[in-house]
Ligand binder design. Structure first.
Ligand code: BMA
Length: 321
């Protein structure tokens, strides 16, 4: 990220005692922003040229799960392409996939990489790269089915690309822990390591990495989702963890409390109620400002803010690893 990132921001409201606070004009992207969309949620944004670009999960009115690219000057008002991304690939068996969803986007070295969940005999982690958010080149899937929530680190670690992911099943997955994998070439993935598992309370059923990790003085900062099962189904909340810089499969700290949970109307009511699902974060190094993009109730995209120093001390003093 640049030192002068002109990112969305609102100061913490007076009287707010939580470490993460919501944008007052949420949601930033409504369900019907483009003609074909039933819902737009779980989407990823990054700084691009003199503004921002992103990859958006747009479920269509025929309920196909698709990815669309988009651009913005201020990361709040977005122009999203009406047509889904047509991924360029020689891999015939990947072209016909019926479902693409939950993208993450990251700049590594010389290009933007997109990871997402794609149906290939069940969900697995697909990978593509782009230079301009117009042409996207899809390469080999990172893992065998079934897997979700593939999130790349923004740089090589110990000389290798690094990714978090969450092995899953074909359905709604009543379990799930986060693992770490490495690749020398973004093609072959191995050296798999357990990072952290589902524990208790809001993160008792399963967890999954959310935004691309942010490098801080205290470790890799990871926003992740945690799921609780109630008699009414799943509730998705957000937590944060700090992972060791050199060995990111070592968890240094992890919030015992959620840092965001469904409490507003747009988080509690929608196609899937009670979901906050982080997929991206903008970070301004010089000011420590962080803007977190999350899907709300599988229907809209919302935005929340935090400050790096305040969040790091919160994580360290409210941690159960
Ligand atoms: C997960 C994924 C997400 C979704 C969440 C809540 O399994 O499918 O896309 O936001 O469930 O429905």
């Amino acid at each position: 990220m640049t030192n002068r990132l002109c990112m969305p921001w609102e100061d913490k409201p007076a009287g707010c005692d939580s470490v993460v606070w919501r944008y007052s004009k949420n949601p930033v992207i409504p369900d019907n922003q483009i003609k074909c969309s039933n819902s737009i949620f779980n989407s990823a944004v990054v700084p691009y040229e003199d503004g921002f670009a992103g990859v958006f999960r747009c479920d269509s009115k025929s309920r196909q799960l698709r990815l669309h690219s988009g651009f913005s000057k201020d990361a709040i008002n977005w122009t999203i392409e009406e047509e889904p991304i047509n991924f360029i690939t020689d891999l015939e068996e990947y072209k016909s996939s019926r479902s693409r969803y939950d993208p993450r986007v990251v700049w590594i070295e010389d290009r933007y990489y997109v990871t997402w969940c794609q149906d290939y005999h069940g969900p697995t982690i697909a990978v593509a790269y782009t230079y301009n958010f117009k042409e996207f080149y899809q390469i080999e899937h990172a893992f065998l089915p079934y897997n979700r929530n593939g999130v790349l680190f923004p740089k090589k670690i110990n000389g290798r690309y690094a990714m978090l992911s969450r092995p899953s099943d074909k359905g709604q997955t009543p379990f799930g822990d986060i693992f770490y994998s490495e690749s020398p070439d973004m093609n072959f993935w191995g050296n798999h390591r357990f990072v952290m598992g589902a524990t208790r309370g809001w993160q008792k059923t399963k967890i999954g990495a959310g935004a691309v990790p942010i490098e801080t003085k205290d470790g890799w900062l990871v926003f992740y989702h945690g799921v609780l099962t109630s008699c009414n189904g799943f509730t998705y909340s957000m937590g944060a963890a700090l992972l060791d810089i050199e060995k990111p499969w070592k968890v240094l700290y992890r919030t015992d409390n959620y840092i965001l949970t469904p409490q507003t109307y747009y988080e509690r009511v929608g196609d899937v109620p009670n979901v906050v699902f982080p997929c991206a974060a903008l970070h301004d190094k010089s000011s420590g400002k962080i803007a977190i993009y999350y899907g709300a109730a599988d229907t809209v995209v919302a935005l929340a803010f935090t400050l790096e120093d305040e969040l790091l001390s919160y994580i360290k003093s409210n941690s159960v690893v």
